[in-house]
Design a binder for this molecule. Structure first.
Ligand SMILES: Nc1nc2c(c(=O)[nH]1)N[C@H]1C(S)=C(S)[C@@H](COP(=O)(O)OP(=O)(O)OC[C@H]3O[C@@H](n4cnc5c(N)ncnc54)[C@H](O)[C@@H]3O)O[C@H]1N2
Ligand code: MOO
Ligand SMILES: [Mg+2]
Length: 455
């Protein structure tokens, strides 16, 4: 059994980020939000493109107005310069131009006096207060110099970056493709959401949870459905999943029960199992495995995969009839060029969510091409309730962060913290973490929480 921090280090070390040449696609800027930039962006434009005014007012020569606080200067207005127009005149001593925010500073002028510090009389303006030299001039290239790096590769594109790229006239962008994450559930007891339940049966909720989590992470979920506890079928599905995805997530079948086949099948498929169990609760029986890296071809064609919306849970047909079905890189008509990372998540619904948030999400982030910020974010907050653990494993308790007078407080979810209890996970936006050996946190005591990005 490995510690949680060792498990995180092992997993992140196994992740190979997408390739910045091979694993990219071009997208329109309007739909590029939340994507990861694959190449650095440089602009031939300076920002600002030219000296311009930060205020509505008058463009003046500083030397004409420097004593205006004692003795208001009176200047002749030679031109009106709205934003969007090129000035025609050069400001001479004793002259000014009426100017508006964002408009080009005319030649000869070096300072803008805001309108409120002036008095207008026909085509003359009285400067009532001396400005500072160059005041309210936004100088060409003072925000960004043409030819230098505007945005680095490996950043997530959010509204500020999208605005920068629009201003730099980049209507299309090279971004990393979405990581492909194959998901399936194992268990004879599992039914789809629309099937009637017989005694002993439950709905496969894990697949829905994982599909949502994967999609929220920016990756593409590929839903392979429910797989019976049948080692032959399970082996075929695992081999298929490994051949089509960057990451495979199965849930269930990783403990010590007679019908828990996942680890044995991984071994028979020559996978290297790096983790079998983690010192955490929930989430102890977690399997992490990789497969031998196949031969790297020069330019592998990507497989054509149907986009798998949640509603088509049963729509991906896994070929299970061919005797030759294997992890062979060429089996599906395309060449696999990197080893996918296999997570055998424990079947209990709370364990699935917690292990996803704690281990899978950082792995998807690293894989996605983003260059930093993969690790989970922990905050120190105050606990509202008493929190308890048996101290034997690092314990994750689910609940909600509330902002009380500007300070975050963790409220543990009411009801059972059993990893089989899915119901009170609704509205969870944080997990309190009690390290090994810590059995009690008093009300109002500080506790570490993992803040979840779905809040
Ligand atoms: N003798 C031991 N038994 C168990 C141990 C142990 O150490 N020794 N560990 C327990 C812990 S902790 C966990 S977590 C579970 C992990 O079990 P598996 O990964 O083998 O999962 P299953 O046996 O298939 O199912 C467990 C549980 O979860 C329900 N389940 C499974 N899949 C789904 C799904 N897709 N949607 C909703 N619910 C699902 C399943 O019905 C079972 O109730 O093992 C403990 N046992
Ligand atoms: O590790 Mo299990 O997830 O507690 O039930
Ligand atoms: Mg089991």
């Amino acid at each position: 059994m490995v510690s949680v921090s060792d498990a995180q280090a092992i997993i992140l070390n196994l992740v190979q980020p997408l390739n910045h040449q091979r694993d990219t696609e071009v997208v329109d800027l309007l739909v590029a939000d939340s994507r990861i930039l694959a190449v650095p962006v440089t602009s031939p434009l300076d920002f600002p493109h030219w000296d311009n005014s930060a205020m509505d007012g008058y463009a003046v020569r500083y030397e004409d107005v420097q004593h205006s606080s004692e003795n208001p200067a009176v200047l002749e207005i030679v031109e009106d310069i709205p934003a969007g127009y090129q000035p025609k005149s050069t400001i001479q001593p004793g002259q000014a131009a009426r100017i508006f925010t964002g408009a080009v500073i005319p030649a000869g002028a070096d300072t803008v006096v805001m309108q409120e510090k002036t008095r207008r009389e026909e085509n003359r303006v009285f400067i009532l207060d001396a400005p500072k030299p160059q005041e309210f001039v936004r100088h060409k290239a003072s925000f960004y110099q043409a030819g230098t790096q505007l945005l680095p590769a490996g950043i997530k594109l959010n509204a500020p970056e999208i605005a920068v790229l629009a201003a730099a006239q980049c209507p299309q962008l090279n971004v990393y493709r979405r990581p492909r994450v194959a998901i399936f559930s194992t268990g004879d007891e599992l039914m789809t959401v629309d099937q009637p339940l017989q005694p002993g049966q439950i709905v496969d909720s894990n697949q829905y949870a994982l599909a949502a989590l994967v999609r929220q992470s920016g990756a593409e979920p590929i839903l392979l459905g429910i797989v019976k506890d049948d080692p032959i079928v399970l082996e075929k599905v695992i081999a298929y999943a490994v051949a089509i995805a960057d990451i495979v997530l199965s849930s269930g079948g990783v403990s010590v029960g007679d019908y828990d086949y996942v680890d044995k099948i991984l071994e028979s498929l020559k996978a290297k199992i790096h983790i079998r169990s983690v010192e955490m609760r929930p989430g102890k029986p977690l399997t992490v495995a990789t497969f031998p890296t196949p031969h790297t071809p020069s330019s592998p064609p990507l497989p054509h995969l149907p986009h798998s919306p949640l509603l088509r849970l049963r729509s991906v047909q896994v070929p299970t009839t061919s005797a030759s079905l294997s992890t062979s890189p060429h089996y599906f008509g395309f060449a696999q060029y990197k080893s996918p990372l296999y997570f055998g998540l424990p079947g209990n619904p709370a364990a699935v969510l917690v292990t996803f948030w704690r281990f899978v999400l950082p792995a998807i982030k690293k894989l996605s091409g983003i260059t930093e910020g993969w690790e989970p974010v922990f905050l120190k907050v105050r606990s509202h309730h008493e929190l308890r653990s048996n101290g034997k494993r690092e314990t994750y308790l689910w609940g909600k962060l509330h902002l009380i007078d500007g300070v975050y407080e963790f409220h543990q979810a009411d009801g059972s913290q059993s990893s089989g209890n899915l119901i009170n996970l609704a509205q969870t936006n944080a997990l309190a973490v009690l390290p090994v050996g810590k059995t009690l946190i008093y009300p109002q005591e500080e506790v570490q929480v993992l803040q979840l990005s779905n809040s």
